[in-house]
Structures are given as structure tokens and as C-alpha cells.
Design a protein around this ligand. Structure first.
Ligand code: NAP
Length: 442
């Protein structure tokens, strides 16, 4: 292959969507060379910083991404941030195509009065904190509280209540940040409320995740019989089986005894948040009773009730981060695109493309489709590609983390593992870079 035939693609973001794109492009076109650029020194995005620390088996998919990283035609370049180190315009000069795979790292706003009070901590920040994400490692949420309200009925809400409810023993095989374990496990939390604005059948959590809430050793999960229908109606055939299983789990939770264990998780449906109460700090939340209409929309009834709490964790979805020079849809919190195409030679995949939905595997299907579109629309133009990027990195004296450097960070994290835990993650970039730059450590 001559240099002119090389199709140079830069993928911005080393999460699942970025890795699946690199895999799909290089599988489908032997002339494709992909550089994956990542602002953190570490790869794998949500697998590392989002997936719950006690769901280690989900994290095993990173082995597949490692294989992609080790291909001759793929490179991982960490600690390289678009906007700080180079612009999208510069990247587009260097590569035949650029793919934005930066996910959705920010919390969607809970736009109700009082949402800015101390003690309101969005799930992006809270999950990032307990997962050692450098952006949130210094969050220091105050967990000296007896009551926490978690807003949302998705799998993130389930993750958050489970991490708050599990004991140190239950988390022993996890990679929960030790600084988070040190405050979560001794916290005086007695009550956790998980509030969904619609009903139990409308809830977005999945059956396995809901079922885990019935297996907690230290926490009694309770649901209210008067909020559960006798049977599941009005759902599509393909959803019926899962919804019936969900209802069965919830019916079993009705039998549980609130206060029967040190912590109680209250599943509260038909409850829409309308105001966070308190002075500077949260002292409670006002919720409105709702009903759900035939189209599945939640309708306020006008009936309000308050729940006393000192912490509120909205788990209501995420937004992407804007990138200078790329159009952004403010309401949707993503990059407007047509099946992944943003503009000439500029594409997007994953949550940055379609919003925060689906499982890890959804990003694979998505990446395969966007890669096919790229290969149909873009041809090699003799661009400088990776060599051009290397020259720019050298000219700007950027301290890039290569895949072999990441392996040093990974080895150090595994070496630091406590007991049966798989690793202790570095939470600060400076500590990761110390490992990378340690000339004595080969
Ligand atoms: P999600 O599944 O979309 O759930 C968001 C929840 O927030 C919904 O219950 C939604 O209610 C509620 N909500 C949104 N805006 C609200 C508002 N203003 N006030 C009150 N409630 C509001 O999102 P997610 O939980 O963040 O998860 C994101 C994706 O990651 C999902 O696809 C999820 O399945 C996936 N995930 C998977 C796992 C796993 O497989 N173990 C773990 C974590 C995340 P409505 O339904 O009424 O809109």
C-alpha cells in the first residue's frame, strides 16, 4: 500500500463507541489507520469511569478494546485534549475523517427551584467520584446524612442506590475508590428513596439490575402495593417478558420490612420533583404525585408531598461536551448529525451522536453503521495523518500517553489492589503521569 492510499481517521474519545469505530473501520478497510485521541491518560471511557465498580464482568469488554489497541493500524494517544492541545480544525487538516466519540460526560440539568443547593450532586459527578474519575475525585460529597433521595428510574439510579446500600464486604470484589468506600460504608444513611416520575411499568431499569436490589445484605428494598398494577398491560410484545419479571421483583419488595435492615431503599413511583427544600443546604425535596396518560406521558396531579433528606442525586441523563467549531444542539445536548454525519469529513458515534441510551453493545452496532458510512463517503487524500499529528505533538512538547504507557498505569493499579479487589485506580492525572514518566520503571 502506498502512503497515498492510507485512509487516515482520527477518533476523538477512547470509550466503547470510539473503540468499536476503530475496530469496524480497520476490519472493513485494510488501508484504514486509526488514531484514538483521549483527554485522559487512560482508555475505555465509561467502562472505567461509568460502569458500576461492583459490575466487574461488564468491564471485561475492555479486553476486546485492548486487542484493537494492539493492532498495527490503530494507536491510542492519551492525555491529548481537543480544545487544549489542538483544535478540531487542525485535526481535520491532518486526517481524511474525524469521528467525535466523546460520549456525554455532563449531567442533564434538574431545572427546578433549589437545584443549585449544596447536597444536590448529579449522577455524572457522583458516579465519577466513586469510580475515581479525575474530574470528580475531589468532589467530597457530604455523606454524613441519614436520608438520600435519588431521582430517576434508569439503570444509573439503580447503580447509585446499590453502591450507597452495599456493605464493604459486598463491595470487596469491586474497584470502588477507597476514599469513597471510607465515607459510604460508615455513613449514617438509614433511608434511600428512588423516585420515578412515572410508574413501575414505565421505568427504564432492566430486570437483572432491579433484581439485585432484592439481594442486599444490609438494605431492605421496599415497594408500595398501591403503586403496583395487578398485571402488565399496554406494552409491546417484545417488552412484555421483561416487564412481567420487573413487576414480580417489585411485588416481592412489597413483602420486605422497612427498617428490617440498617438501611431501607424505598421505591417511590409517580413522584415528580418540583423543588429542593432548605437554606443553603438540602433539607428535603418536594414532589408532585403524577399519573401516566395513555401515551405514557406523566401528568402532575397538583398533590404535593415532601421527603426529608440531606442529599439529592439526580440520575436523569447526560449531555455531551461542546467542542469549539462544531455545531451543538443545546436542548438535546449532542452534536446534530444525519446517521452520524455532522459535516464534510466530520462524524460522530455513540452517546455524542444519539444521546445517552442503550447498553455498551448498542455502541458496537452504532459504530459499525457509522464506519460503513465513513467508508462510503470518504476516500484517501494523501493527508499527513498520524505522522502529521506526531510532528504537532513534538512541536508543542505534549506529554502523550501511548498504549504501552497505559499498561504501566494498569499494572501499578493492579499491584495496589487490596484483598480480593481487582485494582485501586489512580484518581489524579499527576499520579498517573508519575508512573508513565518514571524512567526507572521499564
Ligand atoms: P435513562 O435510562 O434514560 O433513565 C433516566 C431516568 O431519569 C428516567 O427514569 C427518566 O424518566 C428520568 N428523568 C429524566 N428527566 C427527568 C426529570 N426532569 N425529572 C425526573 N426524572 C427525570 O438514563 P440513565 O439511567 O442515565 O442510563 C443511561 C443509559 O445507560 C441507559 O441506556 C441505561 O440502560 C444505560 N446503563 C446501563 C447499565 C447496565 O446495563 N447495568 C448501567 C447504567 C446505565 P422518564 O422515563 O419519565 O423520562
Amino acid at each position: 500500500m502506498s502512503e497515498d492510499e492510507t485512509l487516515w481517521v482520527a477518533v476523538v474519545g477512547a470509550g466503547p463507541a470510539g473503540y468499536y469505530t476503530a475496530e469496524a473501520l480497520t476490519k472493513a478497510n485494510e488501508n484504514a489507520r486509526v488514531d484514538i485521541l483521549e483527554k485522559l491518560p487512560t482508555p475505555y471511557g465509561l467502562i472505567r469511569g461509568g460502569v458500576a465498580p461492583d459490575h466487574q464482568s461488564i468491564k471485561n469488554v475492555s479486553r476486546r478494546y485492548e486487542k484493537t489497541s494492539l493492532q498495527d493500524n490503530v494507536r491510542f494517544l492519551g492525555n491529548l485534549e481537543i480544545g487544549r492541545d489542538l483544535s478540531i480544525a487542525e485535526l481535520m487538516e491532518l486526517y481524511d475523517a474525524v469521528v467525535i466519540a466523546t460520549g456525554a460526560p455532563h449531567d442533564r440539568g434538574l431545572n427546578i427551584p433549589g437545584a443549585d443547593k449544596a447536597g444536590v450532586v448529579g449522577s455524572a459527578a457522583f458516579v465519577g467520584w466513586y469510580n475515581s474519575h479525575p474530574d470528580f475525585a475531589d468532589l467530597e460529597p457530604d455523606l454524613k446524612v441519614d436520608s438520600v433521595v435519588v431521582i430517576g428510574n434508569g439503570n444509573v439510579a439503580v447503580d447509585v442506590v446499590r453502591v450507597l446500600a452495599k456493605t464493604a464486604e459486598e463491595m470487596a470484589h469491586s474497584d470502588l475508590a477507597p476514599y469513597a468506600a471510607n465515607v459510604i460504608h460508615p455513613a449514617p444513611i438509614k433511608d434511600i428513596y428512588m423516585c420515578g416520575r412515572r410508574g413501575p411499568i414505565d421505568a427504564k431499569f432492566t430486570t437483572k439490575e432491579l433484581g439485585e436490589l432484592g439481594q442486599l445484605t444490609h438494605c431492605s428494598t421496599v415497594a408500595r402495593a398501591d403503586q403496583l398494577p395487578g398485571e402488565v398491560t399496554g406494552v409491546a410484545d417484545k417488552e412484555l417478558g421483561a416487564k412481567v419479571k420487573n413487576l414480580n421483583h417489585l411485588k416481592a419488595f412489597v413483602e420486605n420490612n422497612p427498617g428490617g435492615k440498617p438501611r431501607t431503599l424505598h421505591m417511590e413511583f409517580y413522584a415528580r420533583p418540583v423543588e429542593i427544600l432548605g437554606d443553603d443546604r438540602v433539607s428535603g425535596i418536594r414532589l408532585e404525585r403524577t399519573t401516566v396518560d395513555a401515551e405514557g406521558h406523566c401528568i402532575g396531579s397538583g398533590e404535593m408531598f415532601d421527603v426529608a433528606c440531606q442529599m439529592v442525586v439526580p440520575c436523569i441523563g447526560y449531555r455531551s461536551e461542546e467542542i469549539d467549531g462544531v455545531a451543538f444542539h443545546q436542548d438535546w445536548g449532542l452534536f446534530p448529525n444525519d446517521e452520524g454525519h455532522i459535516s464534510d469529513h466530520l462524524y460522530t458515534v455513540g452517546w455524542a451522536k444519539r444521546g445517552p441510551s442503550g447498553t455498551i453493545g448498542t455502541n458496537r452496532t452504532d459504530a459499525i453503521a457509522v464506519s460503513a458510512l465513513i467508508l462510503a463517503e470518504v476516500t484517501a487524500h494523501g493527508k499527513p495523518g498520524g505522522r502529521g499529528l506526531d510532528a504537532l505533538i513534538e512541536a508543542r512538547s505534549l506529554n502523550i500517553v501511548r498504549f504501552k504507557d497505559w499498561k504501566k498505569i494498569e499494572a501499578a493499579e493492579e499491584k495496589a489492589a487490596l484483598g480480593v479487589a481487582p485494582r485501586v485506580k489512580f484518581a489524579h492525572i499527576s499520579d498517573m503521569m508519575d508512573i508513565v514518566n518514571d524512567k526507572n520503571d521499564s
